[in-house]
Write a protein that binds this ligand. Structure first.
Ligand code: PMP
Length: 354
């Protein structure tokens, strides 16, 4: 039976990528050796790392503009502290839009003053704060473009004279933006790129070297840049699979092509949530995420019936995060419009059954 995988992350990846990745685990480039049993310094793997780094910059339209792409380890969670370690000297601004921003703020406080320029904690992160002011002279402003747990997404980014840092873990490569407005972007691979284990960091070189503290090598962006993302053994399987996914996206027509499909998927699901009285959307309409749609049943007594239908339809991974409850449909790049259609059919059947 075909499965429709709405998991929030790790999540669905393109079938052809999974096939190629599994082939490489058995026999990498016809070498008779596995991708995961050869040296990361071998010619073949160095080429993988180079291609993955350059594809990331190419897809984001950031080639030749002073940016570097790194594949690091420790998840996006390590970036919460690494950004502050490398860039926070006096004071940084954070927009608090959910659990992940909150965690980034907590880590940054270990390194300097942190100012929350805005927060939507008052309404359990149902919306994206707007109209806030960003003071001058901050070391940087940190944003989370897509709030995986609450299902909100920043549509319009603030202008600031400070370097702009963005956690794009759950919507990188899903929509076209002017990526050059950001000075540092980070994203765990396990949503739109590949398996967990690699974290993509895109960094504008000229923001580095401005803090006075000493930085341990593994946490120093400049060290990783100097070593072309090979300071230590990289997560070879995660990097290879990410490279395959980035290549898949490029062949599909890049970010603008996938954005069109992502818009259709989100429109289909959100219009069902709006029209169907059995369901209520969680996030404010204007701030709804195209990647993670959060919603609840209007009557909890229908839970058993809804979940039975979901299972019969082969729908997986729809449970909401424990801090929000209800349901969350994650519609990452590799999820087809057809899968969203299957979910919408189940939702309409719930309405018909009344
Ligand atoms: N930021 C966001 C927006 C996320 O969705 C997640 C994980 N789901 C993280 C950070 C943390 O990522 P990791 O588990 O890779 O540390």
């Amino acid at each position: 039976m075909k499965k429709h995988n709405f998991s929030a992350g790790p999540c669905i990846l393109p079938k052809e990528v999974l096939l190629q990745a599994s082939e490489a685990v058995m026999d990498f480039n016809g070498s008779g050796l596995s991708l995961i049993e050869i040296s990361h310094r071998s010619k073949d793997f160095v080429a993988v790392m180079e291609k993955a780094r350059s594809l990331a910059l190419e897809l984001l339209g950031l080639e030749g503009q002073g940016y570097e792409a790194l594949f690091l380890q420790g998840g996006a969670s390590t970036q919460f502290l690494m950004t502050a370690y490398n860039l926070l000297e006096n004071k940084a601004g954070y927009l608090n839009t959910g659990t992940w921003s909150d965690k980034a703020i907590k880590e940054a406080k270990l390194f300097g003053d942190v100012m929350e320029v805005g927060s939507s904690k008052d309404e359990n992160f149902k919306y994206i704060p707007k109209g806030y002011t960003v003071p001058e002279g901050l070391d940087y402003l940190h944003l989370t473009s897509n709030n995986t747990i609450f299902g909100t997404q920043i549509k319009k980014f603030p202008k600031t004279d400070a370097p702009l840092i963005c956690d794009m873990s759950s919507d990188i490569f899903s929509r076209q933006l002017d990526f050059s407005q950001f000075d540092l972007i980070y994203a765990g691979a396990q949503k739109n790129m590949g398996p967990a284990g690699a974290t993509l960091v895109i960094i504008k070189q000229d923001i580095l070297g401005k803090v006075t503290r000493k930085i341990p090598s593994m946490l120093d962006y400049q060290v990783h840049i100097n070593k072309e993302s090979m300071f230590n053994t990289p997560s070879v399987f995660a990097v290879y699979t990410s490279m395959l996914t980035l290549d898949w996206l490029k062949n599909l027509g890049g970010i603008s092509a996938i954005e069109e499909i992502n818009d259709k998927k989100a429109q289909l699901l959100y219009s069902e949530i709006e029209l169907n009285p059995v369901f209520n959307g969680y996030a404010n309409k204007a701030d709804r995420s195209n990647m993670n749609a959060t919603f609840n049943l209007s009557d909890d007594k229908l839970k058993g019936e809804f979940e039975k239908l979901l299972q019969e339809a082969g729908i997986n991974g729809l449970n909401g995060h424990r801090s929000v409850g209800g349901y969350r449909a994650s519609m990452y790049n590799a999820l087809s419009l057809e899968s969203v259609g299957v979910l919408v059919d189940v939702m309409s059947e719930m309405e018909r059954k009344g």
